[in-house]
Write a protein that binds this ligand. Structure first.
Ligand code: FMN
Length: 141
């Protein structure tokens, strides 16, 4: 059993309404539960960041599938690393939509979440990890 955490960023291809997001999450959670995959998805203004945790083969297979999904593009791996324990063990896929109000109360993250781009996070794995951890306490949906 080798647990990993994989984080990627991407840009939405279509405008993602709350209905679209809810529908996508419902299917993702059912599938993740079957494969014992946990994690979190952040969404802001057409930008996605997702952490996937679980057995390496299963996480990599899921990431490859997600990367082909036509609902987003510019899918970029930020990091993939072995972990001893899960950070998002309670969530088959936690979700948070970061709006302007949320940004107001986030110390230190405002600047780079004003206009997030995949390129920005590519070289900033530790910022990506910190951002995901910040949202662990504010998961909804
Ligand atoms: C941003 C984003 C995140 C996604 N996250 C997941 C996920 O965590 N789990 C999952 O099963 N599918 C996720 N999907 C959907 C997959 O790309 C794919 O549509 C889904 O696994 C169904 O595949 P299937 O039709 O081969 O069963 C995500 C899609 C996008 C665009």
């Amino acid at each position: 059993m080798s647990l990993i955490c994989l984080v990627y960023v991407s840009l939405a291809n279509q405008s993602m309404s709350d209905e679209h997001l809810k529908d996508m999450l419902k299917k993702a959670r059912a599938n993740n539960e079957k494969h014992d995959i946990t994690g979190m998805l952040l969404f802001r203004d057409g930008f996605f960041m997702q952490a996937l945790e679980g057995e390496e083969d299963l996480v990599v297979a899921l990431f490859n599938k997600i990367a082909q999904d036509s609902r987003h593009r510019d899918v970029m791996l930020v990091y993939k690393k072995p972990i001893k324990e899960r950070s998002f063990s309670q969530w088959t896929m936690g979700f948070n939509k970061i709006d302007n109000e949320t940004l107001d109360c986030m110390d230190g993250f405002c600047d780079f979440m004003q206009k997030p781009t995949p390129e920005f996070f590519m070289e900033r794995a530790s910022e990506a990890e910190a951002l995901l951890n910040e949202f662990k306490h504010q998961i909804f949906l």
